[in-house]
Design a protein around this ligand. Structure first.
Ligand code: HMG
Ligand code: MG
Length: 298
């Protein structure tokens, strides 16, 4: 059966804007995050404390967090790849971080410049110190349904990395189809396999929509008991180190489907669409959300 309620993790201001050709100004990033909170989203990834040499788009995350009007009850997590990133998060008063690993060696090297094993060794002290400081820590596993460099990725490899992150103390593991190549039955089988090692209540889905499968994959997985879904407003998203990766599942499309199925999200679709239309207009291109386009009569 389907969950009664789904918690949405909005990743547009991070996954979306990290992949834009331009560095989106701090004021625009803040306006987007505030509009998303006003729409009822309660977990909004606000940026990344990664190397600005690697991802210049996420420079200025300190400024974003400092000028944000924080809404009580809303979390504003950020990505952190190492202790240097954690120090920046602590200084910025962040209460939730996410470490991000991969199930593919080649992608791990391209994205964070180390092997999977090295990344886990690097994350362990980050998670330990973050937990000691009272933060919550989420873990990502990328390339769960395929890798741009290695092709097929074994579900057992995904489960192994997910279990290590959970054992370190990550309260939730988000399974990333980084390049959006998965299909519904494959996605469901993956979740069932990972759930043998990490309780399904601690899993989240993070599907990119490159091949137009993200909503179908999400639906196929919802009956396994997963009830946390990552999505990006206006279908923004992509990873600079994953060749050909396109946007995330559009939050508008996810909310429309869930509400149509009688599943609560706490999100106001009108206000969400307004936030998406605002950022699409600012970026100068049509929204990547089918629901947003339909409502604009396009
Ligand atoms: P490296 O070059 O091996 O690291 O990169 P390093 O320690 O040698 O540092 C290199 C330089 O970066 C140094 O500066 C450091 O100080 C600086 P220099 O001495 O040359 O002047 N540096 C930092 N500066 C600020 N904050 C930091 C930091 N760390 C180092 N935290 C590193 C290794 C991990 C740093 C790099 O590879 C990196 O930043 N990678 C991040 C890549 C990234 O952000 N990718 C996108 C996010 S992941 C994603 O999108 C997937 C996801 O959405 C899920 C999915 O879809 O599957 C989450
Ligand atoms: Mg992503």
């Amino acid at each position: 059966s389907f969950p009664e309620r789904v918690r949405i993790v909005e990743v547009g201001p991070r996954d979306g804007l990290q992949n834009e050709p331009i560095q989106v100004p701090v004021a625009t990033r803040v306006a987007l995050i505030e509009a998303l909170a006003a729409a009822g989203l309660t977990r909004i990834e606000a940026g990344s404390f990664v190397s600005p040499k690697w991802v210049p788009q996420m420079a200025g995350t300190e400024e974003v967090l400092a000028s944000l009007r924080r809404v009580p009850g809303v979390d504003y997590p950020v990505l952190v790849p190492n202790l240097q990133g954690l120090d920046r998060a602590l200084a910025a008063g962040v209460t939730e971080i996410a470490v991000f690993g991969a199930a593919s060696e080649a992608f791990s090297r391209r994205n964070i410049n180390c092997s999977i094993a090295e990344s886990l060794d690097r994350f362990a002290p980050v998670v330990e110190r973050a937990l000691a400081a009272g933060m919550r820590v989420r873990g990502y596993v990328s390339c769960v349904l395929g890798c741009p460099y290695e092709g097929t990725v074994a579900p057992a490899a995904v489960a192994g990395v997910a279990a290590r992150l959970a054992a370190m103390g990550c309260y939730e593991i988000s399974l990333g189809d980084t390049i959006g190549v998965g299909t519904p039955l494959q996605a469901r089988h993956l979740v069932e396999r990972v759930a043998q090692d990490v309780p399904v209540a601690r899993l989240a889905l993070h599907f990119h929509d490159t091949y137009g499968q993200a909503l179908a994959n999400t639906l196929a997985c919802l009956e396994t008991g997963v009830a946390v879904i990552d999505a990006a407003v206006a279908g923004l998203g992509g990873c600079p180190y994953a060749k050909g990766a396109a946007g995330n599942l559009a939050t508008e499309d996810l909310v429309y489907m869930l509400h149509g199925m009688g599943i609560a999200t706490g999100v106001d679709l009108d206000r969400l669409c307004a936030a998406g239309d605002m950022i699409a207009a600012t970026l100068g291109r049509p929204s990547g959300s089918r629901v947003a386009k339909a409502r604009q009569g396009l």
